[in-house]
Design a binder for this molecule. Structure first.
Ligand code: SF4
Length: 697
């Protein structure tokens, strides 16, 4: 490990701060700045995208926060303060709130960008130091439906249950609602190699994205009809004898109930509901069914819906019926988005979870974790509010909030309401390295370290645990998240619960995961660094890790995967005369998540400076909205004005808005999936009209 004060004179091998591909890069000093070089890591094989190439610019950003800020009264400006004053204020306020309103009146909100160790510490801080049940994180907005679907069908959730290197060997691949050519471009090497070897690629998306453009078959689906599409494909596969009966009998249960539902999704009906021509459904089912090996990959398109788990399960049903799971170069998986979206959901910052992917309402799991935390199991709080429900409780039953690594004002659905509720809190604490839109509303802002300023482990989309090395010391005045939690714990009388020394935290974290489904016990930093990462579960220090899950059995009680009888229900908010169009949201090539980081990089903001609405020219012409003209979008939640961008790549009934600026989530619907509690970002009804008002930024 690097000396605390030393700055390196040569490059350090580390990983990109952004998405779940976690590309390998080398960061080296260059005068007052830092340069990035791509390195040959198994996920990116020497490739990087524009976000990765420019990521080190933020290490010397002029608007970096380097001192705590406090607000003396609501309505007054933030002013600089010492660390002692800031931490004393937070501890005093949280103590007062909890005395008056109970433990759960203080909430904690984390992020999928936190390292495993930080996610673990944040969960422990909430449950042990604050004693609150109310902790959740922004991963709830991303992978929650895929996680819930994977758990129900396979008994275990690991985004990809196989390594990326299995992709080129698959004869057929279906990507459902994901656009990796823009969100994680280096991964396209795997799909390009698959196609070079003669494999077929099918992409399901309401837009002809750069990913869909290279596909053999693009299914331009009506947003919100994914379960209908999957059932339509299953119907054809059963009818045409493409399913794998021996696999179904030997390794699954529940097929008959799923078959009965698929029986009613004859191709004409599926075409009517999904908008995908029946002949294309036939083609897709036959490509997948006739291939010896096939992979189905899910993205946020089907998942971020009020029936997101059903959508996931419908595609898992298809994969199971075709016998394309639990074999090399086969499987169903989810293309995780956030850098540590996978690890972040395994180690205790989710409302219903304890470290090691244990369940907070399971007595044995509570006993295991309480033993590591040296407390009685009944002292551990139970399940708390999920992200959107926690947002709704702000200013009501929840009166104080500690927020780390998240920019809720931009990333939460129905963002107008969220901003208003944050304003009603008695104490809002935001730990961040820039004054994000959310930090600007806080009562106390804590300046914390960036990705390259401390060490920790991340778990990428494959379940590969990797070491993100420190490149440089943090600027003076900045503290690590662990030091922040440790300082608060000391003031709350629970100092021993939160060790500040990284190696002590890492050891305790591995011990806490030991014996759980996501077992990291054997993934020491030394082993990870030597082996280019280790796949969990890795229960002992001589265990090689587990790149491929489910080869012999699934992680259910009887070892069989489960079919689920899931039908199409449609979105929570169908179109009508007042709001006749469908709104969907997503990411762009040059920006990441809420844009709090990438919007600060000049070359990226030059490429995409502001939000826009993508609209089909025929629709735009009917609405008299020119290419580049301002358009007003209105939903039942709010209005946003932005430039119209004409494109023949989008369906005529659909509008697309990128979510890296405030505009998109002023419009989106917070309707929740009943199981995953994910909000319905991907489909709501909207009206569009010409506008001359000031655009949203
Ligand atoms: Fe790689 Fe993702 Fe970073 Fe791009 S943003 S360089 S794809 S990790």
């Amino acid at each position: 490990m690097m000396d605390a004060l030393a700055a390196p004179t040569v490059g350090v091998d580390t990983h990109c701060p952004y998405c779940a591909l976690q590309c390998g890069m080398t960061v080296a000093p260059d005068g007052d700045h830092w340069t990035v070089t791509a390195r040959d890591f198994p996920t990116n094989k020497g490739g990087l995208c524009r976000k990765g190439w420019t990521s080190a610019e933020l290490l010397s950003a002029p608007d970096r926060l380097t001192t705590p800020l406090v607000r003396d009264r609501k309505g007054e400006k933030l002013r600089p303060a010492s660390w002692d004053e800031a931490l004393d204020r937070i501890a005093d306020a949280f103590r007062e709130i909890q005395l008056a309103h109970g433990r759960d009146a203080v909430g904690v909100f984390g992020g999928g960008g936190l390292t495993n160790e930080k996610a673990y510490l944040l969960g422990k801080f909430a449950r042990v130091c604050l004693g609150t049940a109310n902790i959740d994180y922004n991963g709830r907005f991303c992978m929650a439906s895929a996680a819930a679907g994977g758990l129900r069908a396979f008994g275990l959730d690991r985004g990809l249950p196989f390594p990326l290197e299995d992709i080129p060997g698959a004869e057929a691949i279906l990507i459902e609602g994901s656009n990796p050519a823009e969100t994680m471009p280096p991964i396209m090497q795997y799909f390009e190699e698959q196609r070079r070897r003669g494999g077929k690629l099918i992409v399901v998306d309401p837009r002809k994205t750069p990913t869909a453009r290279i596909a053999d078959l693009h299914l331009s689906i009506t947003p919100g009809t994914d379960a209908a599409l999957a059932n339509g494909l299953l119907h054809i596969a059963i009818r045409d004898g493409l399913i794998d009966r021996p696999f179904i009998e030997a390794r699954t249960s529940g097929f008959e109930a799923a078959r009965r539902i698929a029986a009613s999704w004859w191709p004409d009906r599926a075409e009517r509901v999904t908008g995908v021509p029946a002949h294309q459904l036939h083609q897709a089912a036959h490509i997948l069914g006739k291939a010896a090996t096939a992979i189905i990959l899910s993205g946020r398109g089907p998942e971020q819906q009020s029936r997101g788990v059903d959508n996931v399960l419908a595609f898992i049903n298809l994969a199971l019926a075709l016998g394309k799971v639990g074999r090399p170069h086969c499987g169903w998986g989810c293309l995780t988005g956030q850098g540590n979206g996978q690890g972040g959901r395994e180690h205790g910052q989710k409302a219903d979870q304890l470290p090691g992917y244990r369940k907070i309402d399971n007595p044995a799991d509570r006993r295991d974790v309480a033993a590591v935390w040296d407390m009685a199991p009944d002292m551990l709080p139970g399940p708390g509010l999920s992200a959107v429900e926690l947002s709704a409780a702000l200013g009501g039953p929840v009166k104080g909030l500690l927020l780390m690594a998240s920019n809720l004002v931009v990333s939460a659905p129905n963002a107008n309401t969220v901003a208003a509720q944050l304003g009603k809190l008695d104490m809002l604490v935001v730990a961040d390295f820039f004054l994000s839109e959310t930090a600007a509303l806080a009562d106390v802002v804590l300046p914390i370290t960036q990705w390259a300023e401390e060490e920790g482990t991340m778990t990428n989309l494959e379940g590969r645990v990797l070491l993100r090395r420190r490149v440089k010391p943090p600027p003076e005045g900045v503290r690590s998240d662990a030091a922040v939690l440790s300082g608060l714990a000391a003031r709350l009388g629970t100092q021993s619960a939160i060790p500040a020394e990284p190696s002590v935290v890492a050891e305790e974290f591995r011990r806490a995961s030991s014996g759980g489904p996501a077992d990291y016990r054997g993934a020491t930093w030394e082993r990870i660094a030597e082996a280019d990462g280790l796949f969990w579960p890795c229960p002992t220090t001589d265990h090689p890790g587990t790149p491929r899950l489910f080869l012999d059995r699934f992680a259910t009680s009887d070892g069989r995967a489960r079919f689920h009888p899931v039908d199409h229900h449609g979105p929570a908010e169908p179109t009508d005369a007042e709001f006749p169009m469908i709104l969907t949201t997503g990411r762009l090539l040059v920006h990441y998540q809420s844009g709090a980081q990438t919007r600060r990089i000049a070359s990226l903001t030059e490429a995409e400076p502001s939000p826009f609405v993508e609209i089909h020219p025929d629709t735009a012409s009917a609405m008299k909205i020119g290419d580049g003209a301002l358009a007003r979008l209105t939903t039942r939640r709010g209005t946003a004005v932005m430039q119209a961008r004409h494109s023949r790549d989008i369906r005529r009934d659909t509008l697309f808005v990128p979510f890296h600026w405030v505009g998109a989530n002023l419009l989106t619907n917070a309707a929740l999936d009943p199981v995953s509690r994910i909000p319905e970002f991907k489909v709501c009804s909207v009206r569009i009209e010409p506008s001359s008002a000031t655009p949203a930024l």
